[in-house]
Every structure is written in C-alpha cells, then in structure tokens.
Design a protein around this ligand. Structure first.
Ligand code: FES
Ligand code: CO
Length: 355
C-alpha cells in the first residue's frame, strides 16, 4: 500500500504534551509521545505502534517518565520501560540503545532485555503545526520525489503572516471525499449560503487546471462570495489558487487584490484513519486579517460544520475512481479540479479510500 510510504498528519503539536496519545493511521494504532527538553523547546516527538511487545497492552495507556538518561515510555501493564531518543537513553552498561528498545523490566531489574524487546518505531516530525508520521520507508522508484517529505506550505514559516491550526475534525468518510469537498467551489452557494456563497450567484469559473506528477495546480478559480474578505461590506468575485501536493492534502490561496487587503492560505491536511474515516485539520496562514485566532477558528469550525453532514452523506464513502468495478459518478463543467484530482490519485496508485 503506497499510502504507508507517505507522510501523514496525526495530531496538532499543541495537543501532544505530557501524556501519550493514541491515534489510528491507515488502520494502524499509533502511540504518540513527546520527549521534553530535547531538541529545542518543544522536544522531539515519537510515534510507535500502540502495542507493547511484551503482552500487547496499549502503550498509550502508560506514561512518559523523565529519566536521568533521557525520557522513556512506561507500559501500563507490567511497567516495562522503552527508551526515547537513543543518544540520551542508556542501556545497562552505559551504551546508547536505539529508540523503542526496552531498557528496564521492573519485575527482573537485573535482566538485560535483548534487541528483540523493542517497540515498533515509525518516523515522526513536526511541520505546519502538526506532527507527521510515515509508517514505511518509501521506495523512491515508485514515489514522486515531492512525496518524500510532508507537503510544503511556505506561508506557515513566513514571520510576516499569522498562523493558526483549526481542528481536529473527525469525519465519517474517506480522505479523498474530503479533499474533493475542499476543491469544490460550486457547493458554496448551497452548503455555505450566506457564508461563502449565495444561490443567486451560483455560477463559478474553474479557471485553469494543470496536472503533473506532483499533483494538481489550479489558478484563477472564481466564485462569488457574500463577503469577499474579512471586514468586507458587500459581495464580490473572489479568485483562488488551489494545489493538491499530496493525495490527502490540498492548499487554497487567496492573494490580496485591489480593494481587498487580505491574503489567506489554507491547507487542508487529513489523517486517513482507515478507508472510510478520517480526521482533518486546517493550517491557516493570513496576512492582513484583523480577526483574532479564536474568531478565525470559530469561523472555520462553523463552515466545516456545514460541510460535515453533506460529505458524510455521500455514497459510497470511498471515492469511485473506477477500481473494483465501482459505479462511476457523472461530472459537470465545474468539476474539472475534481476530475484532475481523481486522475492524480490513479497515477499515484493510492488504494485507501478509493474504489
Ligand atoms: Fe507491556 Fe507487559 S504488556 S509490560
Ligand atoms: Co464546504
């Protein structure tokens, strides 16, 4: 499954503090925990299979121990301790041990656990306010080079812009259905009437849609909005750029224009929990928007609450791109981004969440 070789967001960095957390990623239970005081102010993050190699208890029910030689994760069942960062954690003879290795068995303190006494360790890193995890090392002959790292999102690192993470939003559908919803301008006048659109102005302009190995790129996509930007008094046409840089991510950008002082960039990042369930975040970056962080979050929460019952009602939950004899869906002229996205999924060889 190619998706196991991709980086996926699993939790907002601010929601991973002292206690270990459990998430489902591609059907794999993962325990996330943070090792404080190591590699910068926020500490390094760990993502391991949420299963103790001793008797299979969930490690996420355990706790993080701060130890003289580096942090450890303690299993809730028999208290076995598993090493955090290898550089600091030490085995019995003071030698460094690899991350995930059992370094202490309380019922037999003199026992030196062999290498097989080890949690299953995945790669993890923090980007764009989220923790990202990859379950398998990629076969780079199969994967576009752009997918060897989490998707780029430059406005997140621009000190002139303001950054806010919204979510998590748990949704009972596949990740691809949610990406398509994000790319879809023609639902604004119906699902978000009075917020992002109006039925009386339902026409959209899909602009120019390009696609290549790295994804889908669309520009000059226009929709009429009742309030063209935060603080606007009246409606008007708004032009967006879209990008799909990853099978389960999409980025929208609106640049400041004449009479409109606000630039926005919103990245939809999705954790595919399983084939028909996912969890989403919006990483938002804005320049010139005067509303505060809580107002931005409240707006995004309200808009997403309008989308959620609709996307959860879509059948099938998996996106029918023509695998497994799925009944195809029909398309209208406003669906060009969606069609390009479906071709990208097929090219990438994604199998989760499609049929
Ligand atoms: Fe984890 Fe026994 S099951 S220590
Ligand atoms: Co919507």
């Amino acid at each position: 499954m190619i998706e196991r070789q991709l980086w996926h967001p699993v939790i907002a960095g601010i929601h991973l503090r002292d206690a270990p957390q459990s998430v489902s990623l591609l059907g794999q239970d993962v325990v996330l925990w943070r090792e404080h005081g190591h590699e910068g102010p926020h500490g390094v993050v760990h993502a391991w299979a949420d299963r103790c190699p001793h008797r299979g208890a969930k490690l996420s029910l355990g706790r993080v121990l701060t130890h003289l030689h580096g942090a450890r994760l303690e299993c809730p069942y028999h208290g076995w301790q598993f090493a955090g960062d290898g550089a600091a954690s030490q085995g019995h003879h003071g030698a460094p041990v690899s991350v995930g290795r059992c370094v202490h068995v309380p019922a037999a303190p003199a026992f030196e656990p062999p290498a097989a006494h080890c949690a299953q360790v995945f790669e993890a890193q923090e980007r764009h306010g989220l923790v990202w995890v990859r379950l398998e090392r990629p076969d780079l002959s199969q994967l576009p080079a752009s997918l060897a790292q989490p998707p780029a999102f430059e406005p997140w690192d621009d000190p002139l812009w303001r950054q806010v993470v919204c979510g998590p939003y748990a949704v009972e559908t596949s990740a691809p259905r949610l990406v398509e919803n994000f790319l879809d301008l023609s639902h604004f006048g119906f699902v978000h009437e009075g917020w992002l659109g109006a039925r009386s102005h339902a026409q959209v302009d899909t602009g120019r849609v390009d696609e290549d190995a790295d994804g889908v790129h669309a520009r000059e996509c226009k929709a009429w909005q009742p309030r063209g930007y935060a603080g606007a008094e009246e409606g008007g046409w708004v032009a967006y750029r879209y990008e799909v840089p990853h099978p389960f991510a999409a980025i929208l950008r609106k640049d400041a224009a004449e009479g409109d002082p606000v630039s926005n960039a919103i990245a939809l990042f999705i954790r595919p929990d399983g084939p028909e369930a996912c969890t989403a975040w919006f990483a938002m970056a804005t320049l010139g928007d005067l509303s505060d962080d809580e107002e931005l979050r409240a707006f995004q929460d309200a808009v997403f609450a309008q989308d959620k019952p609709i996307v959860e009602s879509q059948q099938p939950r998996r996106l029918p791109i023509g695998k497994d004899g799925a009944i195809p869906e029909v398309h209208g002229p406003a669906d060009r981004m969606s069609s390009a996205y479906r071709r990208y999924l097929a090219r990438t060889g994604v199998s989760l969440g499609v049929c």
